[in-house]
Design a protein around this ligand. Structure first.
Ligand SMILES: NC(=O)C1=CN([C@@H]2O[C@H](COP(=O)(O)OP(=O)(O)OC[C@H]3O[C@@H](n4cnc5c(N)ncnc54)[C@H](OP(=O)(O)O)[C@@H]3O)[C@@H](O)[C@H]2O)C=CC1
Ligand SMILES: CC(=O)C(=O)O
Ligand SMILES: [Mg+2]
Length: 620
């Protein structure tokens, strides 16, 4: 009945446009033929088919379009002429053929030259490389995303190592700091306290209906840059562009959201151009009620299987939100869980270089927040699974230092709940160097958000204890990195195995070139999310994080190890993501969490077949 009603609506629409001139007649023909092709189904039906929360059908012809496979450039109606050039999803710029220019009323709107997508890419990369200021490159990329989505993703996929630092850390950090000045057009939804009571309506204002992944922040802990309030929007936007480029989730299925409950950043509050709510952060009941309304509205609007990724919340909210919603929603905290999964993968891979099993190592963290305790817990879980030792035992090999010093049992009463499991018996130690000397770790991990904290003395102490000290400086962006790659290699006399959250260039030391790896959750979340979506998984389980980690570690090749790398290069990330997605989905099927049945036989091939590829379609 519903399909019949919708078919009638479409017929009426055809009737209305049919009253007008040549262009409308053309639209009518296209609509009618499309209508027939759809065998009586309207676009609305197709949207339904794309599935509230989790379908994988290709409504917009985004997937694997090719020159010989004609598609219709749907917007709300058929886009043509000037509107088509202004529609980033369908615009091809100078790649429109003469035939397409004629058929779609583009003649005269474009200069005569015809560029292939490859030539467009070459041209844009040349222009980007001419910008010396990273923020200019960022803005050029954002402009491209708003102008020609497929070309944006083609650039990002084909030049991932070069462009990741532009659309992601470190440049995205600066972009957030200056987001007020560079904001032009909506890239996601802003939901502020003013929208309390009508969040569902706000969600409906977003033009896409078949959302599969939401990345949401409240802007309170943006990388290691602190509270950037509403300007944190750059983070969900950047993360979701990686969901598409690195994990193949279709752009139309991704929704960036910033929850604005105010900011405690005095500088922003005093800035006349600040774009967010001009008030201190709401806390307690007011905060919890807004988040509750948001979480319910998301489920109501997009269904049970929409993935909600919490990103860059401050730890006093992050742990609570995860604990509260992990049993009722498909949620995942990237900073706690994604980071844990990527670091565990690097550690497992590093065993090939440093020897022993995870259980043979001693871990010391600088920083005991989301990233630090999240990683610590997953390492303890992995060791427990491998050795059958209880978690309480395996945790004892892991030590954390916070702003007050080593976390020890005498501090237990005053510790936040997420630090308590790490309060082992030990004398108090005030600072990191003392902790390194006392604990004698084999692995040192920086998750403090404070730059330059791995001093020469700290690295030298690590190098005096270990033949090959494993040093991970995870804090972002580059300015907050605990040390640079050059410092790690130089101060350890070329013996450190080093990776960092933000990228560093290779370093030459004593005639040898050292290539630092990038220990960043960007390796995990795109493939992890794809695995959840393609299997229709309804809840995130720790075993899925371990599965993602295992798949990533397995992608490190002998050639990578020979260079001292504990992560594979990002150039192969789509293949890596397909393997991560497949392993995550396999585990979800095994645990009975997957709802897309029957289980595809070859999950890697299936993951690849689900991936968006930014090839232009040809328009009839
Ligand atoms: N590479 C990656 O993929 C990821 C990197 N990160 C980065 O990790 C950093 C931390 O993030 P997150 O864990 O979420 O932040 P949190 O705020 O949750 O935790 C920060 C921790 O660092 C401690 N700390 C702060 N200053 C010092 C100091 N001077 N000496 C010792 N400890 C200190 C804090 O101590 P106290 O508790 O006493 O205040 C707290 O325990 C950020 O820079 C972020 O960008 C995060 C996620 C992923
Ligand atoms: C990478 C990341 O998620 C962070 O630094 O917060
Ligand atoms: Mg983050």
């Amino acid at each position: 009945m519903l399909a019949f009603k919708r078919a009638n609506i479409l017929r009426q629409a055809i009737g209305v446009v049919g009253l007008y001139g040549r262009r409308e007649r053309k639209i009518r023909v296209v609509m009618e033929s499309t209508f027939k092709e759809m065998n009586g189904e309207s676009v609305l039906d197709l949207e339904d088919k794309a599935g509230v929360g989790g379908g994988v059908e290709d409504v917009y012809g985004e997937d694997r379009a090719s020159e010989d496979q004609a598609i219709t450039p749907w917007t709300v109606s058929v886009a043509s002429g000037y509107t088509l050039l202004r529609d980033p999803r369908h615009n091809k710029g100078l790649a429109f053929t003469d035939k397409e220019r004629d058929a779609h009323y583009l003649t005269g709107l474009l200069p005569p030259a015809l560029f292939s997508q490859d030539l467009q890419e070459k041209r844009l990369m040349k222009i980007l490389r001419e910008y010396k200021v990273p923020l200019q490159r960022y803005m050029a990329m954002m402009d491209l995303q708003e102008r020609n989505e497929k070309l944006f993703y083609k650039l990002l996929i084909d030049n991932v190592e070069e462009l990741l630092p532009v659309v992601y850390t470190p440049t995205v950090g600066e972009a957030c700091q200056k987001y007020g000045s560079i904001f032009r057009r909506p890239q996601g939804l802003f939901i502020s306290l003013k929208e309390k009571g009508k969040i569902l309506e706000v969600l409906k204002n977003w033009p896409e209906k078949s959302i599969q992944v939401i990345v949401v922040t409240d802007g309170e802990r943006i990388l290691g840059l602190g509270d950037l309030g509403c300007q944190g929007m750059g983070i969900p936007v950047g993360k979701l562009s990686l969901y598409t480029a690195l994990g193949g989730v279709r752009p139309s299925a991704c929704l960036p959201i910033t929850i604005d409950v105010g900011t405690n950043n005095k500088k922003l509050l005093e800035d006349e151009f600040y774009i967010g709510l001009r008030q201190n952060r709401a806390t307690g009941k007011e905060y919890a009620e807004l988040m509750e309304e948001f979480m319910s509205a998301v489920k109501q609007n997009y269904g049970e299987k929409v993935l909600i990724q919490f990103e860059d919340f401050a730890n006093h909210n992050a742990f609570e939100l995860l604990a509260k919603y992990r049993t009722t929603h498909l949620v995942f905290n990237d900073d706690i869980q994604g980071t844990a999964s990527v670091v565990l993968a690097g550690l497992v891979a590093a065993l090939k270089l440093v020897g022993g099993t995870l259980a043979d190592h001693t871990f010391l963290f600088l920083g005991a927040g989301e990233a630090g305790t999240g990683i610590a817990e997953l390492i303890a879980l992995e060791i427990s699974k491998k050795t059958n030792a209880p978690l309480e035992e395996t945790r004892k090999k892991i030590w954390l230092v916070d702003s007050k010093g080593l976390i020890v049992s005498s501090r237990k009463e005053s510790l936040q709940h997420f630090k308590k499991p790490w309060a082992h018996e030990h004398e108090p130690v005030k600072e990191l160097l003392g902790a390194v000397k006392a604990i004698k770790p084999t692995v040192l991990i920086g998750t403090s958000g404070v730059g330059k904290t791995f001093t020469k003395e700290v690295i030298e102490a690590m190098a005096s204890i270990n033949e090959k000290p494993l040093i991970l400086a995870l804090s972002n962006p580059t300015s907050q990195s605990e040390c640079t790659a050059e410092e790690a290699y130089t101060w350890s006399e070329g013996r450190a195995i080093f990776a960092s959250g933000s990228p560093f260039d290779p370093v030459e030391f004593n005639g040898k070139v050292f290539v630092p790896g990038q220990a960043n959750n960007a390796y995990i979340f795109p493939g992890f999310g794809l695995g959840l979506i393609m299997s229709g998984t309804i809840r995130v389980h720790d075993d899925l994080l371990l599965a993602a980690s295992e798949a990533l570690a397995a992608q490190v090749t002998e050639e990578n190890y020979a260079k001292g790398l504990i992560y594979p290069p990002f150039t192969n990330i789509r293949k890596i993501s397909a393997h991560i997605a497949a392993n995550v989905a396999a585990k979800a099927y095994e645990l009975g969490l997957a709802s897309h049945l029957p289980r595809p036989k070859d999950l890697v091939k299936y993951a690849e077949s689900c991936m968006y590829t930014p090839v232009y379609g040809s328009y009839r």
